[in-house]
Design a protein around this ligand. Structure first.
Ligand code: BGC
Length: 388
């Protein structure tokens, strides 16, 4: 009997996401937060679709994938141009690359943003394949957009760009690489690409893994960007649900250990040390990603604690915020952001989706469930942890 996915908070999360999905199929990041209103992100949206898909809302996920596919196929000529220019040794400037977010009608919008981010394009590929497998759906209906995305990522994956937090465009971020590799692996393994494309996607994924082994790990754990010594809360996603690195490998264990010790306080996970956004609070969606990683690594009790912390951030109306301020890294910076953009984005659909996703995994692996995978074998070297 599902427990986590039938709680009042889970029911409310599904209903909220469903009610806010637009007629076009887009998922708004947050309905009321000034800086996000009117836009849908590929990153947030792919994880929102995955959370909905994992909790029985297949049609909603598919409407989002249709929206993504329309956004991409409408830009087919532009994507062909980016790929051709890049292959000719003239990679277009970041401002010419695909943006991180679109208006619900699929436009780029008029507001300035930190737009050149590659991760969401990998994540949508990954999510569409996860969904197709989960619900036994033919992904052929998205094949043109999948092909365009693959070409774009194969041409561009090694470029520095903004990260999950829309910062540090001068670096190549390990979570971004994990999203790209997970997406390319998903579409190749699902047999969705023709021969030449498939070879290119496999080569890019292998090159990403080599690069992460050489410059994206330190003392056995994944790092925030190539050459960095720090970790970032988004790295949990590289372990689960993306499976870029094996959560049960030595790399997985060392990464989880640092995410717990450096970034997590009483179950609430920070983005990174040095975060000043709204004072640098704790993000329920990151606790859920860490919970997925812990669960995949075999620590169910810790996954439950992380879930419970994330659920505890809900408001009286059962809205989940982007972050909470119980433990701030930079308390003096909080009001600067409140003055600039208003109070923290609440509800944030991605937070609701991650609670659904961790809840679905907890239900599926409950001790009395046939799907319990807690006895899976461990791997123990960095190389094995990142191997395919
Ligand atoms: C976060 C992004 C997110 C966006 C919309 C930003 O503040 O840094 O990760 O995609 O909000 O939710």
């Amino acid at each position: 009997m599902p427990r986590y996915t039938s709680s009042p908070l889970a029911e409310r999360s599904r209903a909220l996401i469903a009610s806010l999905q637009t007629a076009e199929g887009a998922y708004p990041a947050s309905p009321t937060f000034s800086a996000y209103t009117g836009y849908s992100w590929f990153r947030d949206g792919a994880f929102i679709a995955d959370g909905m898909s994992a909790t029985g809302e297949a049609e909603s996920a598919e409407r989002f994938f249709d929206w993504c596919a329309a956004v991409l196929t409408d830009r087919a000529d532009h994507i062909h141009w980016i790929v051709a220019e890049t292959r000719a040794g003239r990679p277009p400037a970041g401002a010419q690359m695909l943006p991180a977010r679109y208006t619900f009608a699929g436009g780029a919008g008029d507001d300035e943003w930190w737009d050149f981010q590659l991760d969401g394009y990998g994540t949508w590929l990954w999510a569409v394949v996860e969904h197709s497998r989960r619900h036994n759906v033919d992904a052929g209906r998205w094949s043109q957009a999948i092909g365009l995305t693959t070409d774009y990522l194969v041409a561009s994956w090694d470029r520095p760009c903004y990260d999950w937090w829309e910062e540090h465009s001068e670096h190549v971020h390990v979570s971004t690489l994990a999203c790209v590799a997970a997406g390319l692996d998903a579409v190749t393994d699902a047999g969705l690409l023709d021969g030449a494309r498939e070879a290119g996607a496999r080569d890019a994924s292998a090159a990403i893994r080599r690069l992460v082994q050489e410059r994206g790990t330190l003392s056995g754990h994944l790092v925030k960007w190539l050459g960095s010594t720090a970790v970032d809360g988004s790295l949990a996603a590289a372990l689960a649900p993306l499976g870029f690195a094996d959560p049960r490998s030595a790399t997985g264990a060392a990464t989880i250990d640092l995410l717990e010790r450096h970034l997590t306080v009483n179950g609430g996970t920070h983005r990174y040390l040095g975060d000043t956004f709204f004072g640098g609070g704790q993000w329920p969606l990151l606790s859920c990603f860490l919970g997925l990683a812990q669960l995949a690594a075999g620590d169910r009790a810790r996954a439950v604690e992380l879930y419970e912390w994330a659920a505890s951030t809900a408001t009286e109306d059962l809205d989940l915020p982007e972050q909470v301020s119980a433990h701030l890294i930079a308390p003096g910076m909080r009001w600067e952001w409140v003055d600039r953009w208003g109070t923290v984005a609440t509800p944030l659909l991605w937070s609701h989706a991650m609670l659904l996703r961790l809840g679905a995994e907890l239900d599926a692996t409950a001790p009395d469930s046939a799907a319990d995978t807690s006895a899976a074998p461990a791997t123990d070297s960095v190389l094995e942890g990142l191997a395919r």
